[in-house]
Design a protein around this ligand. Structure first.
Ligand SMILES: [Zn+2]
Length: 462
């Protein structure tokens, strides 16, 4: 018996219903076989539901904000990030690799657990993965990837990804890593450009199917399949966007001096708007303060300046941190408070019911997941409790309403579909495994536990 191993393939931005349709129409026979072998599960991802950030739970088991990465873009009140960049971070483009630097050094990654026997393709979170284990390593690839990104070309990206997929499969066969993780993002790019159920998305899913098939046939051929755990998962959903509301510009029109990407040069900004994915935003207020203040102490100075903007139809939910153990959440009409601590989570409504769930007291993380799973905001309680009070999060956290996103200018590709928000179409992701699981995972963060179990297993046990 060979050593147990895990291979995770991330189909970026794949919705559960798109996978179901592809299986039903016979387009992805290998994924159909996985569903027959291990079942088809629907998990919740993380809020903000966006690429890269959403890999953090899979690779560390933590909520990204709790691990130091609150979103795709964020502002650093502590000013540890360079002044030249306006103390602002964006993982889109040149700073992509900095996610490793931002991740809390005390948080172990799946790469650490694999102790060098690892292979990653476009993993974005690579701390603990040796350079030789990075399939996309090298300046030639970096140049082509940047070119494809700037050109906004799904075709060029797809060609690049096809090459990487070939290298990944070859190296899994030759090197037999204990942990391998590959992301395929063409499907996400195609969904942005043409919609989540478009032919281009289905074509990219067929590539995922081919990789899964090749990994299986290679492993069967040399006796690794019985001890290999093959998982296919998505990192976030997708949903049509009809209208764009530029939150940064709306604040500027209200007279607030705002810093936002791509122009984050140090200036006299009073506020920073950091959009993730594009249906979520961190809004940082009072940039001169280096420490995060609870919302009630900022409310009197900022409330009157931003209340009207936050009542816009584009804004689905707004969350603010009341203390280290309380978060307020609301929409235009409703308000509730989430409390969390050693007794678990509570949800109390004050006006209306913004999360559309029954109020409750002292519930564990599993119970709050179950209570929210069928609601318009799956896993809302734990996600808001993790994200809102995190030191690097914004003072005001915005989740866009369905049909809307929060950035209009400076987008390289016109997009008809978006993600990032806390609502179900963005939060629910499909998960397939090549064998039945003793306990079905709930959150993508639970995959880390599965990986750890396999990597810690003694030789000879599948
Ligand atoms: Zn995307």
């Amino acid at each position: 018996m060979t050593e147990p191993s895990v291979v995770i393939i991330v189909a970026d931005g794949l919705r559960p219903d798109t996978l179901d349709r592809a299986i039903a129409s016979g387009l992805v026979p290998e994924l159909a076989a996985l569903r027959a072998a291990g079942g088809r599960h629907v998990l919740t991802t993380t809020f903000p539901s966006v690429t890269g950030v959403a890999y953090v739970p899979i690779l560390t088991g933590r909520h990204p904000a709790a691990a130091g990465v609150p979103g795709l873009r964020w502002y650093d009140r502590a000013r540890g990030l360079p002044a030249l960049l306006g103390h602002s971070r964006s993982y889109v483009g040149l700073q992509m690799r900095r996610i490793d630097h931002d991740l809390d050094p005390a948080v172990p990654t799946a790469w650490d657990l694999a102790r060098g026997s690892a292979l990653g393709s476009m993993a974005m979170v690579t701390r603990g993965l040796p350079v030789r284990g990075r399939v996309e390593h090298g300046w030639r690839f970096a140049t082509r990837a940047l070119g494809a990104h700037l050109a906004g070309s799904v075709e060029r990206w797809s060609a690049l990804e096809s090459e990487l997929a070939g290298r990944f499969v070859d190296r899994v066969r030759r090197e037999r890593p204990r942990f391998a993780f590959a992301t395929l993002t063409t499907g996400d790019k195609a969904a942005h450009a043409e919609g989540a159920g478009s032919a281009a998305v289905l074509a990219s899913l067929q590539r995922v199917d081919q990789i899964a098939r090749q990994v299986r046939t290679d492993a069967e051929h040399d006796g690794r399949w019985a001890s290999m755990h093959l998982y296919v998962i998505s990192d976030h959903g997708h949903a049509p966007v009809q209208r764009h509301f530029d939150l940064a510009d709306a604040l500027r029109e209200a007279g607030v001096r705002v810093r936002s990407h791509p122009w984050t040069v140090p200036d006299r900004s009073e506020a920073a708007v950091m959009v993730s994915g594009n249906s979520m935003a961190h809004v940082y207020l009072g940039l001169e303060g280096r420490a995060r203040l609870p919302w009630p102490s900022m409310r009197s100075s900022w409330g009157p300046r931003i209340d009207d903007i936050l009542a816009h139809p584009a804004i689905g939910l707004v969350a603010t941190s009341l203390s280290s153990s309380e978060v307020a959440v609301g929409d235009g009409n409703a308000r509730a408070v989430i409390r969390f601590g050693e007794h678990g989570y509570s949800y109390r409504t004050e006006r209306g019911n913004p999360l559309a769930i029954e109020p409750f007291e002292d519930q564990c993380p599993q119970a709050v997941h179950e209570r929210t799973m069928e609601s318009p905001y799956p896993d809302s309680i734990e996600q808001l409790a993790s994200l809102t009070p995190a030191p690097r999060s914004g003072d005001v956290i915005v989740s866009a309403a369905p049909g809307w996103d929060l950035r209009q200018r400076y987008e390289p590709i016109a997009h008809v579909s978006s993600h990032g928000a806390l609502h179900a179409a963005h939060m629910l992701v499909p998960f397939l495994a090549n064998r039945p699981l003793a306990v079905s995972p709930r959150r993508t963060a639970d995959l880390f536990g599965l990986v750890r179990e396999v990597l810690d297993a003694p030789k000879g046990r599948p």
